[in-house]
Design a protein around this ligand. Structure first.
Ligand SMILES: CC[C@H](C)[C@H](NC(=O)[C@H](C)NC(=O)[C@@H](CCSC)NC[C@@H](N)Cc1ccccc1)C(=O)O
Length: 322
């Protein structure tokens, strides 16, 4: 059954969705860049649980342990978590999945302890789920047969409540038409060719690059050539090792940034490219380096400008101006 769940912006770094797991309500980070649904649990040390809601399997009448099953996930930012696994009923908006693999955290890295979320809902392809000895399916894969269309959409407006729509696209959340591109899911991500970008109106090629739509990443992360080309056009910009990224005078004029998603450019307005004050009169850029590799990561800043549609038939990724 189709449904929509409200996504609330938290600290400007993520959007949290109130989710009911075995009758227990948690604020979870929906992450199209990973495929594990994991929650803070009663098995965590009390010091790791402080400030978080957490799941207690013994309090759920529908929990079924998967004995001997474990999970262990690492993320690109160096964070990670691990634990054991059971099945329970998960409700997100109007969509309910029974016997969803729920991964209970026994360890979480420090960034998660200080982060606002009580866990993650992975919405990438189940092929990268980390549960062993038997890989588990994502909430979306399990929900698909009950949805009108096998898709979900992310509506994440800047500094305002958004939504995740399951089973349908909501034309009240975007303008114009949705442009789709086919997705290569071989790495388990919503990934597509992204072979050129524009700084303002100047076109640059990015041959061999792809883009990944990742609602669990805050910023826009691109290869060093693109990041350098962009900040060369921002007077006073520099890389700050103490701030861990490019900063510029808050008074600087910023060019727009566009990048191809398949064959169509997405354009990020200058207003979204200033992520806010770093320190004093220096501001932090929303475009930062992805480091090595040829995969750009298009995170929440992208979704602040575009409604994103993740369609399992194809599969394909679509976007429309919000
Ligand atoms: C170093 C880990 C590499 C990147 C790889 N892991 C991944 O690709 C995982 C699934 N995905 C991620 O690390 C990234 C996508 C990387 S694209 C190469 N998305 C998920 C991340 N935003 C989740 C998160 C949310 C809030 C706070 C922190 C982290 C692996 O396990 O091999």
């Amino acid at each position: 059954q189709d449904g929509s769940a409200t996504a609330v912006p938290s600290d400007g770094v993520e959007y949290l969705v109130s989710t009911v797991v075995g009758g227990q309500t948690l604020d979870l980070d929906f992450d199209t860049g990973s495929a594990d649904l994991w929650v803070f649990s009663s098995q965590l040390a009390a010091s790791s649980r402080s400030g978080h809601a957490y799941y207690t399997s013994s309090k759920s009448s529908t929990y079924k342990a998967l004995s001997g099953y474990t999970w262990d996930i690492s993320y690109a930012d160096g964070s990670g978590a691990s634990g054991n696994v059971g099945l329970d009923t998960v409700q997100i908006g109007g969509t309910t999945v029974t016997n969803q693999a729920v991964e209970l955290a026994k360890t979480v890295s420090s960034t998660f302890v200080s982060d606002a979320s009580d866990g993650l809902v992975g919405l990438a392809f189940s092929s990268i789920n980390t549960v062993s000895p038997q890989q588990q399916s994502t909430f979306f894969d399990n929900a698909q047969s009950s949805l009108d269309s096998p898709l979900f959409a992310a509506y994440l407006p800047f500094n305002a409540d958004g939504a995740y729509d399951f089973g349908y696209t909501d034309s009240s959340k975007y303008t114009g038409s949705i442009t789709y591109t086919s997705v290569d899911s071989s790495n388990g991500f919503w990934e597509y060719p992204s072979t050129s970008y524009k700084v303002g109106s100047t076109v640059h090629s990015l041959s061999g690059y792809t883009g990944i739509s990742d609602t669990g990443t805050t910023l826009i992360l691109m290869g060093d050539s693109a990041v350098t080309a962009y900040y060369n056009q921002v007077s006073g910009a520099s890389y700050s090792s103490s701030q861990g990224g490019y900063i510029f005078p808050c008074s600087a004029t910023l060019p727009t940034l566009s990048f191809k998603i398949g064959s169509t450019y997405a354009t990020i307005p200058a207003s979204l490219l200033n992520f806010g004050t770093a320190s004093g009169s220096s501001c932090f850029g929303s475009l930062q380096s992805v480091g090595s590799g040829s995969q750009n990561i298009y995170g929440d800043v992208f979704f602040n400008a575009y409604y994103g549609v993740f369609d399992a038939s194809g599969p394909s990724f679509g976007f429309a101006t919000i």
